[in-house]
Design a protein around this ligand. Structure first.
Ligand code: ACO
Length: 427
């Protein structure tokens, strides 16, 4: 692109090139800004800053569009299997049947976890939050699989990817079984990836496990919808940790911690707790709407608003429909769903929310489905992490293959200057 942006500073004019993406997004390339002018930019929360060029996921927040590797989220959620989407995100193309079968069989072969990891989990109190346990167990995988990945070897990279894709669902299921006091089990190589997740979570030692199509379809869709979302907080964390050449498992463990926060993946748990609180309080949604709008009240309507979407989150549309179907199919009449629908209608017609372009996000309805599937509230963010795993892997792999420099932002220092040191005895 030939167009340039001019910056006039101290009577000098500087020029910076524009970079255009394949979906016509345009950015100013300021790589030489400091060298040319001595200035840095200030952009808390990176609301206007691109940290990388990426080929993985595109989203248009104004139009409410989301695409993985060029495919619309609607088409993928409708027609694909989660493992196909994982392959697409990580390797860039949809797999052929043979490639998918090989990927699945390689994952099965790696799906044993060192038994000593159980000792680590055992040492946590039963009340420990599963996300904390999951971050620790994922970090511990590094100790049990110490080989570092040779970034220039496709085989090495493939093996690391298969290892984490195989072992991560086992660890997620174990955090659930720990809370429930159930024995820690393994996957079954005759089942598919998503069916195995359900089996590892729900199988009881005293009964045969029977696959449930409704559960599998709902889980498959939820995992696909959460699989990537370009440079969000946890993905940026994975990329920035990996940029120091920390390993894949260590980087993903950091991403899990970032995801846990209630302003990010932890919102799905917070939404359900909020809906339950409204229900317990008598179901008066207007009272909670007023709280959300009151600037003296820290309460926010959880599941509403998004840093990038200033229109409907396309994932929320799909999930809302899916919540209706799942509750119908399972014959569940959940008052929480009615409260959610009521809140959504009020917010969509309220000038406070309309003016600020606050729409329901992916987490507003996902918890209702998880609850219908019998997944406890504190496991919701773990389910998000399970879905996000391929996105984290794809973004980490891209960052390393592009040989990106270590992530290290600048700052504007606003602290005290030139203080004179006094000995402790004189203070
Ligand atoms: N309820 C009430 N008011 C809100 C909400 C909300 N959920 N979200 C934003 N606002 C208001 C803010 O108070 C602010 O108002 P002001 O301009 O009068 O000061 C304005 O809308 C803009 O909000 P910011 O916080 O500046 O927006 P930002 O982009 O920084 O935050 C975020 C986005 C964190 C998602 C925010 O909307 C929020 O806290 N939502 C609730 C938590 C949530 O659902 N998180 C999940 C996000 S999706 C995901 O991570 C998968």
């Amino acid at each position: 692109m030939d167009k340039k942006v001019q910056l006039i500073y101290d009577n000098n004019t500087y020029e910076f090139p524009l970079v255009e993406g394949t979906e016509k997004e345009t950015g100013i390339d300021i790589k030489t800004l400091r060298a040319q002018t001595g200035l840095v930019t200030l952009d808390p929360g990176f609301k206007n800053s691109g940290s990388c060029q990426s080929e993985v996921t595109f989203l248009n927040g104004e139009k409410g569009e989301l695409k993985y590797r060029g495919y619309s989220i609607e088409d993928l959620a409708d027609g694909a299997d989660f493992l196909e989407v994982a392959y697409l995100l990580i390797f860039g193309e949809l797999p052929t049947q043979a490639q998918l079968e090989k990927f699945q069989s390689d994952i099965h072969k790696e799906s044993l976890v060192d038994e000593d990891l159980k000792l680590i989990l055992k040492s946590f109190p039963r009340s420990a939050h599963p996300m904390g346990a999951l971050a620790s167990l994922t970090s511990a995988l590094t100790a049990f699989n110490p080989e570092s990945v040779d970034i220039d070897s496709d085989q090495d990279m493939y093996e690391a990817i298969v290892t984490i894709m195989a072992k991560f669902p086992v660890l997620c299921a174990w955090t659930h079984r720990k809370v429930k006091g159930l024995p820690l089990n393994y996957s079954n190589s005759s089942l598919g990836y998503v069916d195995n997740i359900a089996q590892m979570m729900f199988r009881r030692p005293t009964e045969n496990y029977v696959s449930n199509d409704i559960v599998n379809r709902a889980l498959n869709k939820l995992l696909i919808l959460h699989a990537d979302h370009e440079q969000n907080c946890s993905t940026s964390t994975v990329r920035i940790v990996g940029s120091s050449h920390a390993g894949l498992f260590a980087s993903i463990s950091a991403g899990i911690s970032a995801l846990w926060g209630p302003l990010h993946g932890g919102a799905n748990q917070a939404v359900l707790e909020m809906l339950e609180a409204i229900n317990k309080d008598g179901g008066d949604t207007k009272k909670f709407m007023a709280k959300a709008k009151d600037k003296n009240d820290p309460f926010r309507l959880m599941g509403f608003g998004h840093r990038v979407y200033k229109n409907f989150d396309p994932r929320a549309r799909i999930i809302k429909k899916s919540a209706d179907e799942v509750l119908n199919e399972l014959g569940i009449n959940d008052p929480i769903l009615d409260i959610a629908k009521g809140l959504e209608q009020e917010a969509l017609n309220d000038p406070y929310f309309v003016d600020r372009k606050l729409y329901p996000n992916v987490d507003f309805y996902s918890g209702i489905i998880y609850r219908a599937l019998g997944i406890p509230t504190e496991m919701f963010t773990v389910m998000f992490a399970l879905g996000r795993l391929p996105g984290w892997i794809a973004q980490w792999r891209e960052m390393r293959k592009n040989n990106e420099p270590i992530g290290r932002p600048r700052q504007i220092y606003t602290g005290q200057v030139d203080k004179v040191f006094t000995d402790i005895s004189k203070r």
